[in-house]
Design a protein around this ligand. Sequence first.
Ligand code: ADP
Length: 363
Amino acid sequence: MNDSSYYTTLPGQGLEQKLDPRLAALAGAYPEPTLLLNRSGIVLGANAAMETMLGAVRIGVPVSLMLRAPEVIEAVRETGASGASRLVPFNLRVPVERSFEAHILPIRFDPDAKTGTPDLILLVFRDLTQAMRVDQMRADFVANASHELRTPLASVTGFIDTLRGPARDDPVMREKFLNIMSDQARRMSRLIDDLLSLSRVEMNVHRPPEAAVDLVPLTAHVRDSLSPLAGDRGVEISLEAPSSAVTVRGDRDELIRLIENLVENALKYGAGGKRVEITLRTEKSDAVLSVRDFGPGIAPEHLPRLTERFYRVDIAHSREQGGTGLGLAIVKHIAARHRARLSIESEPGKGAAFSVRIPLSTG
Ligand code: ADP
């Protein structure tokens, strides 16, 4: 068989097929982007996933004209010559940066031939972009969490040394340092609580809650439990809710946590506005819960990132307020578990409004 007798396309391309159509069909059925090459690296066929990855696929041309990845082209040449399979990681930069691995697999028609030049080469690509992004996010998360714990821990350890040494016999200093240590210990404990809540909600995100929960008493409960904090900050909390039940399928504790986080943020960051409004209403088939403050608001460039773990507009201010940077990430995950949508509106200087739209329970 000479090379030209392999020239073909895979099903659906309407060109003459000289390659065994069963082989072409097999490569065509493959879910990952796949190219069929002869041993000289000429493209014989491609599947639909390959067309999506590269745009147009040209049959009968060297693969080097279609794919700008010298490391893959070189490995194809080597497989064509030696018959050994290869696995090559590579990146494509156009139209956006993506990471792949190419599996270069020799195919021999003679079942007894285990070595030597192959009859065909199967080139299969796996897109690793998403998996690598997830790995990166996980690594960033662990680095951020460790950093957030290390800072207060270093402070506590430092004060222990001071209390053992220079401040040993100074009762005023001792009292002062013990207060700081106690604040830092509380900060670590809040962070650990938030990390645990986040991981619990994340673990259950694909299991929608089943209990029927009335949001009216829930919002009143949160308003009452946060009224001492509101009093401390000189903020008035108002609550407007229907007199009849607003029932959703939900997890009571998670919904309380969600409302608490939003109201706490309004009290922490919007205290200057002296007023926080909680409203609960129904709109078509949804319950809509909004928490609005009249503080400094949030600049538009921050809005899309607010629910990222550890993202804070002003880190020092968040720490001063006892923030962990995880509150809105927890809100987002609880909302996702309840098939709810979170929206944030803010006009800098005029305050911020966080709204959650939860589907009403239908039966
Ligand atoms: P934190 O623990 O820092 O409060 P969150 O995830 O709850 O973390 O919030 C992330 C950031 O979003 C906060 O640090 C703050 O910068 C900003 N933010 C949240 N709510 C408000 C609000 N009502 N007004 C202004 N900024 C807010």
